[in-house]
Design a protein around this ligand. Structure first.
Ligand SMILES: Nc1ncnc2c1ncn2[C@@H]1O[C@H](COP(=O)(O)OP(=O)(O)OP(=O)(O)O)[C@@H](O)[C@H]1O
Ligand SMILES: [Mg+2]
Length: 238
């Protein structure tokens, strides 16, 4: 994935300004920044939901507006609005249909994924009865349904209990071993430090830091937290 000199404004508001980012195949990148820093806007441009005002984005070697490229992306939104009367299995069947997957593949994959995210026992309950973390788990299953090459997740850790976070981290690592590329936004610095190869930190629509996470580790301190505070406390708009 390559983002080159991308800007996006909404009316007079600049959400993303001259952003350049690169993410290699099989890598996990964490995307950090304060509320309103431009993370969700960038994510929506990566998946082709919002067009850049200027600059270009190449995803899996193509244009994210191209449906063949989109079919290889898994996306979990920041806030999901699911049909409340569907159960988790029906939700996955519905998305499978939208992705053009055949019914038998969807059923097999849905069973596997509901097991993976720990929702097998609740799979027949309507989503309106789910807790926040259960809905988040359903969102993760939905994002993985089409066996995507690129996973784009907007705040995937929000609402997950500690055990679910550990499972989620392991799952992301297994996907990386399979060569999948993962880009996720987060406010969870500890989780990001444990999981990512690289991080980008946004401030006022610009990336104020991009680099490997491993370099930061070493003396047992929360180094990403320190870096985050350092880069955000330097001058410029928040
Ligand atoms: N559709 C829109 N119309 C107008 N302004 C928007 C729109 N979408 C985003 N913005 C503005 O763009 C800026 C960046 O928003 P964005 O949602 O990308 O931030 P974020 O980094 O995801 O924040 P958070 O951590 O709170 O999720 C904000 O000032 C926001 O108000
Ligand atoms: Mg956001």
């Amino acid at each position: 994935m390559r983002i080159e000199h991308v800007s996006r404004s909404f009316g007079g508001v600049s959400a993303v300004a001259d952003l350049t980012l690169a993410l290699g195949r099989g890598e996990i990148m964490g995307f950090l920044g304060a509320n309103g820093a431009g993370k969700t806007t960038t994510i929506k441009m990566i998946i082709g939901l919002v067009r850049p005002s200027s600059g270009c984005i190449s995803v899996l070697g193509g244009d994210p507006a191209d449906s063949a490229v989109r079919a290889k992306i898994g996306y979990m939104p920041e806030i999901a609005y699911y049909y409340p009367y569907l159960n988790a299995r029906e939700l996955l069947s519905f998305y499978g249909g939208l992705c053009g997957m055949d019914g038998r593949t969807v059923r097999a994959r849905a069973g596997e994924l509901l097991e993976t995210v720990g929702l097998a026992d609740a799979a027949k309950r309507p989503l309106k009865t789910y807790s926040k973390g259960m809905l988040q788990r359903a969102g993760i299953a939905q994002a993985l349904l089409n066996d995507p090459d690129l996973l784009v997740l907007d705040e995937p850790f929000t609402g997950l209990d500690p055990l679910a976070r550990i499972h989620f981290r392991d799952l992301m690592r297994r996907l990386r071993e399979q060569g999948k590329t993962i880009f996720f936004s987060s406010h969870e610095l500890g989780e990001t430090e444990l999981l990512c190869d690289t991080v980008a930190i946004m401030k006022g629509g610009r990336a104020v830091y991009q680099g490997p996470v491993r370099q930061l580790a070493g003396n047992g301190e929360r180094n990403l937290e320190r870096l985050f505070l350092d880069v955000l406390s330097k001058g410029g708009a928040a």
